[in-house]
Write a protein that binds this ligand. Structure first.
Ligand code: NOJ
Length: 550
C-alpha cells in the first residue's frame, strides 16, 4: 500500500452503489435478479464511476424479508447463483476497479436456519434454545414476556407450538416472526460469526455492511420498554431503550474490528444503525469499532435549507472527535425513493415503509429536487451511498397491485402500510416495454414495472446528455478528478436566504437554491455542472458546482 493510501483509505470518500440483487438484472430468465445479471452489468457500473458495490443478502433464504432472513451464512441462494458465481463476480469487479461489500445479518437468522430448527425442537431450557431468546409468557404463558414491538408492526414475540399441538414458550423477533433474534451474549454465537466473517473476507470481499446493529444487545432480564399498544418502531427517538442501541453491543463491534484489521487491503465495516441522533451514532465508529455508518438523519431529512444544513453540521460535528468520515445517503431498498419523497408537501421519510404513501407527489418537482440533491450530496465531505436506479431518476412505484406486495410490513401492519416494495421494482435497462431488458422477453419480473419506465431506461438515458444518468456520470467524473472533494473541509458561504452554499477548498463551490426565485451564480467562477438549465442565474430547486478563480 502506498503512504497516500495509508493516510487516506478508499472507504473514507468512496461512492458505494447499493445493488438490491433481486431487482438489478436477471441472467437466467426466472424474473429474479441474480449474480450473473450483476456480472454482465459491471461495465455499466464502472462507467457510471462508482467505487464500490454493496450487495444485499445473497445467502440461502426463504425470503420472508427479501433475504434478510438467512438460513445459511456461507452459501448463495440458488435463485442468485452459486459460490463460484460469487467468486467470479468478486474477481470481475476487482478487475474493473470496483470493490465489493457484502451484507451480514447478525441480529437474527431465518426461522429455517438449522440453529433455530434445533432450538425449537429441543424444548425449554435446552442449550440449543440459549442461542435465541426463548422465554415463558406472562399471564400463565398467554401473554408475551414483555411489551417490546417489532419493526414491522405488532409484538416482537411469537409463541411456539410444540409437536403435541400445545403452545409453550415465546421467542423474540425484532423484525418478522420468521426472523428470530440471536442472543449475542452467547459465546457460541459470537464464535460462529467470527468464522462467517472470515469466510467472506477470505473470499476477497472488501467489506461488510452489517444489518440492524443496534438490535444486537438487550438489557439483561428483558424489562418492559414502556411502548404504548400499537406504537410505531421509531428508534430514532428512543432513549435508554432496553432492546435498542444498548451499550454492551459495542464489545462485539470491537471484536469484529480486530478480525478485519488482521486482513490486508483496507477492509471496511459499515453499520446500519437508526439511533437517536449523531452523537449516539458516532459511538459505532469509534477508532476501534466500525469504519463507517449510514446516516439516517440525512436520509430522512426534509427538502429545505435549514433542516439539511443542520443535519450536515450535526453529522460533521459528531464524527469529528471519533475521526470517522461522514456518509450521505438519499435512498435505499427500505425507503420511499427520493424522487417521490421530494415531490411531496411533507418530504421527510419514515423508516421501513411506514411513510406518507397516501400523500400526493409532484413528479416533476420531485425529480428537479432529486437532481439537485445528488449534486449537494456528492459535494459533501465523506462517503456516499447511491441506491440502484437513483441514477435513472426512478420514482417510487406507488400503485403496485395489492396482490403482488411481498414486504412483511404489508401483512404485519394489517394492510395499513404498503411497505417497501415500491422502491424495489426491477430496473429498466432497455427496450420500450416491460421487462425492459431486466429479464428475458416475455418473462414477468418478480414485481411489475410501470409502462412509463420506457422513457427512463438506461439505454435511453445513455444517449441523452440532459438525462439524470448523464448528470450522475458527470458528477462522479468531476468528483474523482477534484482533489478538494476528497481532502478539503467544508466551509459554509453566505449566499442569501433559501440558498445553501459551501466551499471545499479555495476554488470549488456548491450552491443549492431551494427557491422560489432564481439567484445569481458567482461572477468570478465558471460553471462545472448544474442539475438543471442555468442561464447566469440558478433557478429554484437547482444545484450548481462552480469553479472559482483562486
Ligand atoms: C435492515 C434492512 O435494510 C431491511 O431491509 C431489513 O428488513 C431489516 N434490516 C431486518 O433485517
Amino acid at each position: 500500500m502506498t503512504s497516500a493510501e495509508l493516510a487516506h483509505p478508499w472507504w473514507r470518500t468512496a461512492v458505494v452503489y447499493e445493488v438490491y440483487l433481486r431487482s438489478f438484472a436477471d441472467s437466467d430468465g426466472d424474473g429474479i435478479g441474480d449474480i450473473g445479471g450483476l456480472r454482465a452489468r459491471l461495465p455499466y457500473l464502472a462507467e457510471l464511476g462508482v467505487d464500490a458495490l454493496w450487495i444485499t443478502p445473497w445467502y440461502p433464504s426463504p425470503m420472508a424479508d427479501g433475504g434478510y432472513d438467512v438460513s445459511d451464512y456461507c452459501g448463495i441462494d440458488p435463485r442468485f447463483g452459486t459460490l463460484d458465481d460469487a467468486d467470479a463476480l468478486i474477481e470481475d469487479a476487482h478487475r474493473l476497479g470496483l470493490r465489493i461489500i457484502t451484507d451480514l445479518v447478525p441480529n437474527h437468522t431465518s426461522e429455517q436456519h438449522p440453529w433455530f430448527a434445533a432450538a425449537r425442537a429441543a424444548g425449554p431450557g435446552s442449550p440449543e434454545r440459549a442461542r435465541y431468546f426463548f422465554r415463558d409468557g406472562r399471564a400463565g404463558g398467554e401473554q408475551p414476556p414483555n411489551d417490546w414491538i417489532s419493526a414491522f408492526g405488532g409484538p416482537a414475540w411469537t409463541r411456539v407450538v410444540g409437536p403435541d399441538g400445545i403452545a409453550e414458550q415465546w421467542y423474540l423477533h425484532t423484525f418478522a416472526p420468521e426472523q428470530p433474534d440471536l442472543d449475542w451474549d452467547h459465546e457460541g454465537v459470537r464464535r460462529d460469526f467470527d468464522a462467517i466473517i472470515r469466510f467472506w473476507l477470505d473470499r476477497g470481499v472488501d467489506g461488510l455492511r452489517i444489518d440492524a446493529v443496534p438490535a444486537m444487545a438487550k438489557v439483561p432480564g428483558l424489562p418492559d420498554a414502556g411502548h404504548a399498544p400499537g406504537a410505531l418502531f421509531e428508534s430514532s427517538s428512543w432513549v435508554d431503550s432496553p432492546h435498542w442501541d444498548v451499550d454492551s453491543l459495542h464489545d462485539v463491534l470491537r471484536r469484529w474490528r480486530r478480525i478485519g484489521d488482521a486482513y490486508p487491503g483496507d477492509r471496511v465495516f459499515v453499520t446500519e444503525a437508526v439511533v437517536n441522533g449523531p452523537e449516539r451514532l458516532s459511538r459505532y465508529v469509534r477508532p476501534d469499532e466500525m469504519h463507517t455508518t449510514f446516516n439516517f438523519d440525512y436520509l430522512t431529512c426534509a427538502w429545505g435549507p435549514a433542516d439539511l444544513r443542520r443535519v450536515v453540521e450535526e453529522t460533521l460535528t459528531a464524527m469529528e472527535p471519533v475521526g470517522a468520515p461522514a456518509t450521505w445517503v438519499l435512498s435505499s431498498h427500505d425507503e420511499t425513493r427520493h424522487v417521490t419523497r421530494f415531490g411531496r408537501a411533507d418530504s421527510r421519510a419514515a423508516t421501513m415503509g411506514f411513510d406518507m404513501a397516501a400523500a400526493p407527489a409532484d413528479p416533476a418537482l420531485g425529480l428537479r429536487r432529486a437532481r439537485a440533491a445528488a449534486l449537494l450530496t456528492l459535494a459533501l465531505p465523506g462517503g456516499t451511498y447511491l441506491y440502484q436506479g437513483e441514477e435513472l431518476g426512478l420514482p417510487e412505484v406507488e400503485d403496485l397491485p395489492e396482490e403482488v406486495l411481498q414486504d412483511p410490513t404489508w401483512e404485519r401492519s394489517g394492510h395499513t402500510a404498503r411497505g417497501r416494495d415500491g422502491c424495489r421494482v426491477p430496473l429498466p435497462w432497455s427496450g420500450s416495454a416491460p421487462p425492459f431488458g431486466f429479464t428475458a422477453d416475455r418473462v414477468r419480473p418478480w414485481l411489475p414495472q410501470p409502462a412509463e419506465w420506457a422513457a427512463l431506461t438506461a439505454e435511453v438515458q445513455r444517449a441523452d446528455e440532459g438525462s439524470t444518468m448523464s448528470l450522475y456520470r458527470a458528477a462522479l467524473r468531476i468528483r474523482r478528478s477534484t482533489a478538494a472533494l476528497r481532502d478539503a473541509p467544508l466551509t459554509w458561504v453566505d449566499a442569501g436566504a433559501g440558498v445553501l452554499a459551501f466551499e471545499r477548498g479555495p476554488s470549488f463551490r456548491c450552491l443549492v437554491n431551494f427557491g422560489p426565485a432564481p439567484v445569481p451564480l458567482p461572477a468570478d467562477g465558471s460553471l462545472l455542472l448544474a442539475s438543471g438549465p442555468c442561464d447566469g442565474d440558478l433557478p429554484a430547486d437547482t444545484a450548481a458546482w462552480v469553479q472559482r478563480q483562486e
